[in-house]
Design a binder for this molecule. Structure first.
Ligand code: HEC
Ligand code: HEC
Length: 204
């Protein structure tokens, strides 16, 4: 009985300790807003992608990857390196969790369409992507595939080209990025990238 009580108390304590503080996160987010938008909608002029609507586990994995590698470490990855510096302002795990709690409170809105491609051809190309990103591009945590639907189309293009060129997913120890790199290679040329992204646009 005492043991049960004790462990219940311990669990309660750890919940309190781990509870992310969205209000503290809002303060930490002030800096992020300049490149990701006040509502996390993305800022094309700053190359900052949309964050609103992205899932907790992916925000955490990417912020951790920016803080302590491998993301943003490849030679020539200027934008990733810039974001590494920003992630470093989140001093510890609690600061990361707090800023994520704030991002999760932002409204999910659809992104403007800026990419023109052939969505019908893109649909065929997307068949393989669905395995890890979901049939509607909604994301699949079990496969570590982030949500793609609703993301800024120019960012999807940037990232797919980055994977192809080895700016992302080529660093030592980046097993998930490497996996995605192999998938980006299935997109034979620039047109195929535009086509698959046009199809992803049609899913939002
Ligand atoms: C100076 C501009 C700038 C600031 C400020 C900034 N970021 Fe970024 N962020 C970027 C860019 C550019 C990228 C895309 C990097 C790339 O191309 O790989 C990015 C990527 C990200 C990603 C990955 C998103 C994805 O879907 O891949 C997350 C998460 C993120 N930023 C969160 C934050 C948070 C949280 C803050 C504030 C602590 C912040 N950023 C501040 C420019 C910025
Ligand atoms: C075997 C699983 C798998 C398949 C299949 C796959 N991906 Fe991915 N994809 C991933 C993983 C895992 C990541 C995250 C990598 C990381 O953690 O850096 C990712 C990341 C991405 C990103 C970056 C998103 C962001 O916000 O950072 C894009 C864009 C993307 N995938 C598009 C595609 C497209 C298009 C296809 C089909 C041609 C595809 N993926 C097929 C696993 C997969």
């Amino acid at each position: 009985m005492y043991r049960v009580l004790l462990s219940a108390t311990l669990i309660l304590c750890s919940f309190t300790l781990n509870a992310a503080d969205a209000a503290a996160g809002a303060a930490g987010y002030a800096l992020c807003a300049s490149c990701h938008g006040a509502q996390g909608e993305g800022v094309a002029a700053m190359n900052g992608p949309k964050l609103a609507g992205q899932e907790q586990w992916y925000l955490k994995s990417q912020l951790t990857a920016f803080k302590s590698g491998p993301r943003g470490t490849a030679a020539g990855d200027a934008l990733g390196a810039q974001m590494r510096g920003m992630a470093a302002t989140l001093v510890d795990d609690a600061a990361v969790d707090n800023v994520i709690a704030h991002i999760l409170s932002l409204p999910q809105v659809s992104s403007p369409v800026t990419v023109q491609g052939d969505a019908v051809k893109g649909q065929a190309l997307f068949a393989i992507c669905a395995t890890c990103h979901g049939a509607k591009g909604e994301g699949n945590m079990a496969m570590n595939g982030p949500r793609l639907t609703g993301q800024n189309d120019w960012y999807l293009v940037n990232q797919l080209q980055g994977f192809k060129k080895g700016l992302r997913g080529a660093a030592a120890g980046d097993a998930l990025g490497m996996q995605m790199r192999g998938m980006a290679m299935t997109l034979a040329d620039d047109q195929a990238v535009l086509d698959v992204v046009s199809y992803i646009n049609s899913l939002q």
